[in-house]
Structures are given as C-alpha cells and as structure tokens.
Ligand binder design. Structure first.
Ligand SMILES: [Zn+2]
Length: 85
C-alpha cells in the first residue's frame, strides 16, 4: 500500500507520465482514498504546467510564487493529517 510520503516522492514522475502501469495504478488508488494527496497532486500539476509555460516565457513570476506557496501549504496540511492518524 502506497503511503502519503511515498506518493510525494513519485508525484512528479506520475505527473510527467514516467511511472510504469503498476506505479500509476497504486497512485490512482491512493488518490481515490486520500483527499490530501489529491489536492497535493492538483497543486503540483498546476505548478508543473506553470513551469513548462514559464520556460516558454508566458507566465509572470509572482503567480508562480503564489502557486509554490500553495503547494507548500498543501504539504503542511498533509503532514498534519499524518500526525492525526
Ligand atoms: Zn495520501
């Protein structure tokens, strides 16, 4: 069973589509049960897309910084969730 911290480690590979089928499946199963990781993946995906857009010079840096803050908040919320269980 995939844990939240395992998911955090492979999240960027998942978003980039670099996981094998078994890896993708375990991430999806975890996301079905874990709202914290769903929002974490959502934030990470948004910031990944922003970074790609940023490479092509279409994103303003202040916006990217705000997204980064949101990702950090999501990670903190996830940590608190772990403490409660
Ligand atoms: Zn989780």
């Amino acid at each position: 069973m995939l844990m939240c911290r395992d998911l955090a480690m492979i999240a960027s590979d998942y978003i980039d589509g670099e996981l094998n089928t078994a890896g993708k499946l375990s991430v999806k199963m975890h996301l079905m049960m874990c709202g914290n990781c769903r929002s974490f993946i959502g934030n990470l995906r948004a910031s990944t897309e922003l970074m790609k857009a940023h490479t092509s010079g279409t994103v303003d840096e202040e916006f990217v910084r705000r997204v980064d803050e949101r990702v950090a908040e999501a990670l903190e919320a996830k940590g608190r969730g772990n403490d409660q269980t």
